[in-house]
Design a protein around this ligand. Structure first.
Ligand code: URA
Length: 239
């Protein structure tokens, strides 16, 4: 692929901007400056150095972010910062989108990609990818509330009662539950329907990817990691 095309589809700007970067000698491959925008470069395993920074070529990109509270999952946030300000500008230029959304005040694992099929697949309720949440409750939780969540609660826009896949109290006011549905405020609404109220919500796992484990072992709040093929496989193994 032509070098200028590579830079462009990796998110380094317009064709003109990419040509400029190359012609200014800002692009190196294996330590050598390549200053010809039309140079044909093999993309497999390609690692570039652009303005002194290492960049691994990825045809499609997959990212896991530990979302802090206070960020909106929107490119045009209304009242808070955008979650996209936590990602490299190249990824935003590539138009990565989050897989579903977390509320402004929710913390935890959020995935992004520029692979539309991947996003669609993971968002589809038919895929039944479980997500695990820890909810800090306003009132001490009860066994009856846990049983209600497991049996299924009625939500206004759902024709059938919605059950949690699992639910248990970790502490008096800390409930862990998993669901495979991705709907607006779904966990908060389920817990409200069971007779309690969420004071703070955290998502610890998405499919087989869990914060603090495997590729996400060292991910701190506000940080992201690129997911490789093996990590993506884990997504479809149960959480
Ligand atoms: N359910 C909610 O209520 N909020 C979230 O952020 C995610 C799931």
């Amino acid at each position: 692929m032509k070098l200028e095309r590579i830079l462009q589809n990796q998110g380094f700007g317009s064709r003109r901007q990419c040509r400029q970067l190359i012609e200014m000698g800002e692009v190196r491959i294996q330590g050598e400056v390549v200053d010809h925008p039309g140079a044909e470069i093999a993309t497999e395993g390609l690692i570039l150095e652009i303005e002194g920074e290492t960049w691994t070529y990825r045809e499609k990109t997959y990212v896991a972010l530990y979302k802090p509270a206070g960020y909106e999952c929107s490119h045009e946030p209304k009242h808070h910062r955008s979650i996209y300000t936590l990602l490299p500008h190249q990824l935003v230029e590539r138009n990565v989108q989050s897989v579903g959304r977390l509320d402004v005040d929710t913390t935890g694992l959020l995935l992004f990609s520029d692979d539309g099929a991947f996003i669609h697949n993971l968002s589809s309720p038919k895929k039944h990818v479980p997500k695990v949440y820890q909810a800090r409750l306003a009132e001490p939780g009860t066994d009856a509330q846990v049983q209600k969540l497991l049996a299924g609660v009625s939500l206004i826009d759902e024709p059938q009662p919605v059950p949690a896949l699992s639910a248990r109290l970790l502490e008096d006011t800390l409930l862990e539950m998993s669901i495979d549905l991705g709907k607006y405020h779904v966990v908060k609404r389920m817990i409200a329907a069971a007779g309690n109220h969420v004071a703070q919500l955290h998502r610890s796992a998405f499919g087989g990817l869990t914060l603090g484990e495997g590729p996400l072992a060292n991910l701190a709040e506000g940080e992201f990691v690129y997911l490789e093929a093996a990590d993506l496989q884990r997504l479809h193994s149960a959480a």
